[in-house]
Design a protein around this ligand. Structure first.
Ligand code: G16
Length: 543
């Protein structure tokens, strides 16, 4: 075993996005690409020497190879210990839990989340800090700066280490502890939820389908739902993680989880359906015959969280990302809870959770979570829904109808235009920005603009400011459209258009969302000229 210093040079474009660095797998496989980025992480955290890190990923193509490189680089850098998931597997929430539980200094999670995997698809890596959450801008900026000046990295020259069995061993003075990826997470869930009540639900004949989409949540969902809670065998489908996610797109939304949607809308639908993404932090919730938007799911969970033991004392406050619908705000207002509006990106919730200002938070992008970890957590959201269903004895459709009758319905949808030519997308955003000062008072496709701005966030805990976080146009009837460019794509630009309209009349709360949103969709087109500027006739994905 020899510690080597390898000469390298900066590689362009290693700027972390909304959630770490995501690139085509083949880009990550290029000489020095991964190594440069990992060395930049070490530099950003003032060196890895003496530190304890957690390491794991969602099992996508290159996960196993990258883990070996990271272990050798951690050892070469003098790390004290790396806690690694067996076979280098860990879901994102499980990694967050391990960082917190073991008091680690941080962790590296190998995932491109919901992006497809495989040699021709995407790979990614993100650094999480000691609170278990994604690195804040202060650190990601340092990582990026380091990638621009690197001249060398340190790595151990040795054979691959065997991480296929739990246990500990020494790697050139660094301890490697291989852990069962599921055990600690299962324990945490059993503390937050009443497993006896949930077992009772399944014993009463309640049926469920969980689509793990060939991704990391399979082993977790099987252990929790089928083994611990007694759900029927076969409740979890596509439960074995595969390097290319079975050739699919592990994004739990009605477009990519179509098989589950079809089953849930069919004549023999189970009572409850759910899906999660590549790295297990996102969730999709579906009832028999009814899809629950992530924004509604967040609001329903906030209104009912007290039904689970982990939240029986009530919530300290709630938070949502700006583009997420304001259904949550209505619950917060009714219950007298503080409600925070943050930019897109889970990292912005970290300070609020750490400071005890919020207990529950969520995003329209199928992410919901609480202060139990510092990441969103797909399976946790499913267990909280099951807790609500068990305690209320109602169906998902009845829960939603009652929720809308009490709080109003925020019709909501996101339209995505993927792989748009970057310059065209930037121009579209700039044209919107240029219109902002003149918009208030104008009527656009029949809707009158009340307020228009580009969202900026001042963190109430550390005072940091994030600007340029999406363009929002509010109409005087309570409707809203938000335009943003995604920070997680790997090809061109993804334009996200977030559409929302409030309906307080229960007689009008059962419409199809696209139909109910038609006036807002028309206003968005009139404002942005999406068709003309992108050449697209319609969105690629509608959530
Ligand atoms: C990540 C972030 C989320 C964000 C989502 C979409 O999720 O953690 O906070 O909402 O991306 O971001 P964007 O709109 O910039 O693509 P994940 O599940 O991909 O890690």
């Amino acid at each position: 075993m020899e510690r080597k210093t390898i000469t390298t040079q900066p590689i362009e474009g290693q700027k972390p996005g909304t959630s770490g660095l995501r690139k085509k797998t083949k880009v990550f496989m290029k000489p020095h690409y991964l190594e440069n980025f990992v060395q930049a992480v070490w530099q950003a955290i003032d060196g890895v020497a003496g530190k304890t890190l957690v390491l794991g990923g969602d099992g996508r193509y290159f996960n196993d190879r990258a883990a070996q490189v990271i272990l050798r680089m951690a050892a070469a850098g003098g790390a004290r210990k790396v806690i690694v998931g067996q076979d280098a597997l860990l879901s994102t929430p499980a990694a967050s839990n391990l960082i917190r539980k073991r008091g680690a200094d941080g962790g590296l999670i190998m995932s491109a989340s919901h992006n497809p995997g495989g040699i021709h698809e995407d790979f990614g890596i993100k650094y999480n800090i000691a609170n278990g959450g994604p690195a804040p801008a202060e650190i990601t900026d340092k990582i990026y700066a380091a990638t621009e000046t690197l001249t060398s990295y340190d790595i151990l020259e040795t054979q691959d280490v065997d991480i296929s069995t739990p246990g500990s061993f020494d790697l050139a003075g660094m301890e490697v502890e291989v852990v069962d990826p599921v055990a600690d997470y299962l324990e945490l869930m059993s503390q937050l939820f009443d497993f006896n009540a949930l077992r009772g639900l399944f014993q009463s004949g309640f049926t469920m389908r969980f689509d793990a989409m060939h991704a990391i949540t399979g082993p977790y969902a099987t252990a929790v739902l089928e083994n611990a809670l007694g759900a029927a065998a076969g409740t979890v489908v596509n439960g074995t993680p595969s390097p290319d996610f079975g050739g699919g797109h592990p994004d739990p939304n009605p477009t990519w989880a179509k098989t589950l949607m079809d089953e849930m809308m069919g004549p023999d639908a189970p009572d409850f359906g759910a899906a999660s993404d590549g790295d297990g932090d996102r969730n999709m919730i579906v009832g028999r015959g009814i899809y629950v938007t992530p924004s509604d799911s967040l609001a329903v969970l906030a209104a009912n969280a007290h039904l689970a033991p982990g939240y029986s004392g009530g919530l300290k406050g709630v938070a949502r990302s700006m583009p997420t619908s304001r259904a949550l705000d209505r619950v917060a207002e009714a219950r007298g809870l503080a409600c925070y509006e943050t930019p897109t990106g889970w990292k912005f919730f970290g300070n609020l959770l750490d400071a005890g200002r919020a207990t529950l938070c969520g995003e329209e992008s199928a992410g919901t979570g609480s202060d139990h970890v510092r990441e969103k957590d797909g399976l946790w959201a499913v267990l909280l829904w099951l807790s609500v269903l068990a305690a209320s004895g109602k169906s998902v459709a009845d829960i939603l109808a009652a929720h809308w009758a009490e709080f109003g319905r925020n019709y909501y949808s996101r339209h995505d235009y993927e792989a748009v030519e970057s310059t065209a997308a930037e121009r579209l955003m700039q044209a919107l920005r240029d219109q902002l000062p003149d918009l208030p008072g104008q009527t656009v496709a029949g809707l009158t603009v009340a307020l228009a701005d580009e969202f900026a966030y001042d963190d109430p805990v550390d005072g940091s400011r994030a600007e340029g976080q999406g363009i929002r146009v509010m109409f005087d009837d309570g409707a809203r459209v938000v335009f943003r460019l995604s920070g997680t794509g790997t090809v061109g630009a993804t334009l996200r258009v977030y559409l929302e309209r409030l309906e307080n009349d229960p007689a009008l709360q059962q419409l199809d969302a696209q139909e109910a949103l038609a006036p807002v969709i028309a206003a968005a087109e009139a404002l942005a000229g999406i068709g003309e500027r992108t050449g697209r006739v319609g969105p690629d994905v509608m959530t």
